[in-house]
Ligand binder design. Structure first.
Ligand SMILES: O=C(O)CCC(=O)C(=O)O
Length: 351
């Protein structure tokens, strides 16, 4: 099992300082401005109503993916009760199950992205990286050959069935959104999904315990998501920030909305027309926060390259093609650091 101390234990000890491994270098620390829930609400991630007329949805998606790489969707067809129930059971796993029970589900140490209960998903090497102030439970949900609900929490009793239902709903929504994103670029609806192939889907419930020093720590370090598209729900605590034009902006929780994050492979497929979203999570002193992210990735053997319909003499490929498994191994061995892994694939198009 993963050898790391769970952050929840540190938080419950009532310490007033955080251990040095959690202290971010000054350039990565949130400023008190970017940490404030009320401070930055004037610049909001766009919210798109999927029940509106199609042309206006396509135009809104085009603008949001170009400018933000992120947008909320409302009237998305996923039952509010399912989202609420999943938030409730995930929170109950972290809050109500004794630590020795939770540790029965611990991730394997030293194995990147292994399923289960952990604290160190984005650590590139044991000694170098500053640790996130976060515990999580990662579920491998799709394809069905990877889905093994017996390795997910037994408590609360409805946990596994809800997670499986939610996985299916997220897959359908991701397919719908990729089709809309494709069409918004004038591509055939299946273009992006065809490029990605069968979804490898993971669901990660992140739990950020109260932290005595939000000014020195991050709940989750700055990164862009590795795969193609991420669908995220959060509770009403707030703490997710996106990087826009060099500024960290808080994503105000929008009740019943689902946040869509464009991820690295979507930026490659769209030849940079749509931007991967660099994001991070900040902590707070008094309230634990929960988010549930559903990642949709290609299979490791899939080669990802800019869609041929978006490449021409006047618009040459901006990224070299990459086998997703190679991209993934580099991401885990280098660490994320914003979107530097994606930037390494950039081609010089100035010649
Ligand atoms: O907690 C959040 O809102 C962000 C979660 C996230 O970025 C992730 O799980 O990769």
């Amino acid at each position: 099992m993963e050898g790391a101390v769970r952050v929840q234990i540190l938080s419950q000890m009532g310490i007033s300082e955080v251990p040095s491994q959690y202290i971010q270098p000054p350039e990565n620390r949130p400023t008190s401005e970017t940490n404030s829930i009320t401070g930055l609400s004037c610049k909001n991630v766009p919210a798109i109503d999927l029940s509106c007329e199609k042309e206006s949805v396509l135009a809104a998606i085009r603008d949001a993916c170009r400018e933000w790489g992120a947008f909320h969707v409302i009237n998305h067809g996923v039952a509010t009760k399912l989202m609420d129930d999943l938030r409730r059971v995930c929170l109950s796993f972290f809050n109500d199950l004794p630590m020795e029970e939770k540790l029965k589900y611990a991730c394997r140490p030293g194995s990147a992205a292994s399923e289960g209960y952990g604290s160190r998903m984005l650590v590139s090497s044991e000694n170098e990286t500053v640790l996130d102030w976060r515990d999580y439970f990662d579920h491998h949900t799709l394809p069905l050959s990877r889905r093994n609900p017996s390795s997910w929490p037994h408590f609360p009793p409805e946990y596994r069935a809800l997670t499986a239902d939610y996985s299916d709903e997220m897959k359908a929504l991701a397919q719908r959104l990729l089709a809309l994103m494709s069409e918004s670029l004038g591509l055939r609806a299946s273009c992006m999904e065809d490029a990605i192939g069968e979804f490898y889907q993971n669901i990660t419930a992140s739990y950020y315990p109260p932290c005595p020093r939000p000014d020195l720590t991050l709940g989750l370090q700055s990164h862009s998501d590795i795969g193609a598209i991420t669908l995220l729900i959060q509770d009403d605590v707030g703490g997710l920030q996106v990087l826009k034009d060099g500024e960290w902006l808080l994503v105000d929780p929008l009740p019943n909305a689902i946040l869509v994050l464009v991820a690295d492979q979507a930026e490659i497929i769209t030849n940079g027309k749509y931007k991967t979203c660099v994001h991070r999570a900040v902590t707070n002193t008094n309230k634990a926060r929960l988010s549930i992210a559903t990642f949709h990735d290609p299979a490791k053997m899939t080669r990802i390259s800019p869609a041929s319909d978006l490449v021409s003499q006047g618009s040459p490929p901006r990224y070299s093609s990459v086998v997703y498994g190679d991209y993934l191994s580099r991401w885990y061995s280098n660490g994320p650091e914003g979107k530097r892994n994606l930037d390494k694939l950039l081609l010089d198009t100035s010649k």
